[in-house]
Design a protein around this ligand. Sequence first.
Ligand code: UD1
Length: 420
Amino acid sequence: MDKLLIGGSKPLNGDIRISGAKNSALPILAATLLADEPVTIGNLPHLNDITTMIELLGRMGVELMIDEKMCVEVHANTIKHLTAPYELVKTMRASILVLGPMLAHFGEAEVSLPGGCAIGSRPVDLHIRGLEAMGADILVEGGYIKAKTNGRLKGAHIYMDTVTVTGTENLLMAATLADGKTVIENAAREPEVIDLAECLIAMGADIRGHGSSTIEINGVPRLHGCRYNVLPDRVETGTYLVAAAATRGRVRVKDTREDILEAVLLKLDEAGAHISTGPDWIELDMKGARPKAVSLRTAPYPAFPTDMQAQFVAMNTVAEGTGAIVETVFENRFMHVQELRRMGAKIKLEGNTAIVEGVESLTGAPVMATDLRASASLVIAGLVAEGDTLVDRIYHIDRGYECIEEKMQLLGAKIRRLPG
Ligand code: UD1
């Protein structure tokens, strides 16, 4: 297994380009299954999760063409098997996103249940209930969700008990080809949901209210082809900005958008960062100062994203003062805390709150990545620590950060991949 070797105590300084958003690319690739004609998706990040989604489409017999710039052209009508097998779903929960499109377009789908994961139980009951409300017959048997519809799905009025991002996306996609009108209440408002809706609209879907908590979809008989570029990754953007803040550095991130990062930028401002922005870039400069500890609470968009929680815990470990970080989205998302403690961080866990007391500096240590965003926090901690940090199990990082060591090196970090 590959490892990352990081030498710390050096401010990051430089410019980098942000990749396309993983969490937009995954539902949008799944959405290509809805079209009758080829759909071409661009600005896809080079990530293991994207490769898994492409492999999943390939496994179902769908013909795809990938060019050197990672633009993918998908011909959904060539599909041969309506099954998403366990071997692939277990490596990536987001495979569940093919359920709604397959069922809506081809009348049938079998998708393995994703099961639990490192950050919590993560059920998919709301995906299933929503599709049942749209008239699907669903049986959960032998670890698989087996869904069928007699004719087209029917438009329905759906209230989501919990705000769920992929749940909203699955139902939104299914509703585009349903008979009649669907209303999704308490829908997720994440920028990636908006991006998916915009792509579906480019394919001919009739959608209103995306970006608000009520989305209205009028089903259409068919969707056609289109070309669509996914939006920039706000979590990758935020991660590099926090890394700059923690190391007292200066970083300019390009090809990104500030309007989708408001809650994160407010917290970085509170930490003492000087932030300037342009139409497609954000610059953060600590002017050599130590960050100030911040307190925050994660919640669905537009509140502070859970996917940025671990990185802020890492920044707080070396900040001035004490910050309380409350995690309200996932029940077990503090796996990084134990590893950070091994590097000298002072963190107390009280239920779903991490109370982080900043120390002057961390010391490098061998640590282990446990999930995607937790691993990003360990990289940040490695960058600020004295001495070398060896991060093991970095396949988690490769699921969500494109070329992390190259990008960090461009910012002057001492970081190297050790093939395992
Ligand atoms: C998505 C993101 C992930 C992010 C998360 C929260 C993708 C591919 N992944 O994950 O990076 O951390 O949103 O912003 O976009 N829940 C239920 N029943 C369901 C579905 C969800 O109870 O049927 C609960 C979950 O256990 C969790 C909460 O709802 O507590 C939010 O999860 P959800 O928004 O669904 O996360 P994902 O869509 O899996």
